[in-house]
Write a protein that binds this ligand. Structure first.
Ligand SMILES: [Mn+2]
Length: 308
């Protein structure tokens, strides 16, 4: 039976690159597979594809009863368009959501790396398979994007060393384009600000439901100052719609390498100040290093479950 590699809605570059390259990997090892991208992809995916003339297309329009492989998430709600019983495999680097218990046919492969792209690239390398130009480019910039050009603390030795293998296998890869890609993806159309803020997924610790948005852009502080009203409105809308206890935003400056926590909600600020032992100034907390949303989730989860 044909296998289908899927990932979450509004996929980022790590998702799309992993799905694309893992499909190629399966095909090259004699397993029939296609990828399926659900919903709109994030701008960065289109930027890289245009730069290198890579064409992405879904060869199927609809998921039926095929075997499903999920990459870059292990949370069922983010792949709500597939049936849990059809999932045969998860390949991911996020914390274990516990949802595997609802998938009687699936195995869960979790790796401690900065990008799922790294895992897929290593499979090509270990099995001495020839990698296509497209797959190598997507994986390379997928790793760069997901590790914020290796500045994120989630970056591992594996991420760093596989980049040189990818470069060796594809002459089109150009390091000097990284800044250009980062600048390009920061040109946000404010009409779609909510999509860029990634505020549609609840995170639950103990009994507290919260939503942590994330923006990855250049000139983070200027952006926040300029669009503060728009951001506030979206955060309050999200409170209304999802009825969660806390909503806040993690804003990463992808070139300067710092991050901000921001929310207009004083109650949420007090919560974060207490839990994370930080001080907000004018509703903003700034730290001179990059901390990703998945790391913040991990910290909160550890703190709050220990206490129980
Ligand atoms: Mn990822």
């Amino acid at each position: 039976m044909n296998k289908i590699v899927v990932t979450y809605n509004n996929a980022d570059l790590d998702c799309v690159a992993s799905a694309y390259a893992y499909t190629e990997y399966l095909n090259k090892t004699g397993i029939m597979a296609t990828y399926y991208i659900s919903g709109m992809v994030q701008d960065e995916v289109n930027i890289v594809c245009q730069l290198f003339n890579i064409l992405l297309n879904n060869k199927i329009d609809k998921i039926q009863d095929e075997d499903i492989i999920v990459v870059d998430t292990n949370t069922l709600s983010s792949v709500d368009y597939v049936k849990p019983k059809n999932i045969v495999e998860f390949i991911d680097h996020h914390p274990n959501s516990g949802d595997i218990k609802y998938c009687e046919n699936a195995t869960l492969r979790l790796y401690d790396v900065g990008a799922v792209c790294t895992i897929i690239a290593e499979m090509f390398k270990e099995n001495k398979l020839v990698i296509s130009r497209e797959a190598a480019i997507l994986l390379y910039y997928g790793i760069i994007s997901n590790t914020i050009n290796l500045k994120a603390k989630t970056t591992t030795e594996k991420d760093i060393s596989i980049l040189s293998w990818l470069k060796k296998n594809c002459l089109a890869i150009d390091e000097s384009l990284i800044t250009k890609i980062f600048e390009e993806k920061s040109k946000i159309n404010i009409k779609y600000l909510r999509r860029f803020m990634e505020v549609e997924e609840k995170f639950i610790v103990n009994n507290d439901e919260m939503i942590i948005g994330q923006l990855e852009i250049t000139n983070a502080i200027d952006f926040l100052n300029k669009y503060r009203n728009n951001i506030d409105k979206i955060i309050f809308d999200v409170y209304d719609e999802y009825k969660v206890k806390y909503v806040f935003l993690n804003i990463i400056d992808i070139l300067k390498g710092y991050h901000l926590l921001y929310t207009p909600d004083k109650k949420c600020i007090s919560f974060l100040e207490e839990k994370l032992d930080v001080v907000f100034n004018d509703d903003i907390y700034k730290e001179d290093e990059i901390v990703l949303r998945k790391e913040i989730k991990k910290i909160l989860k550890n703190l709050m479950s220990n206490k129980k």
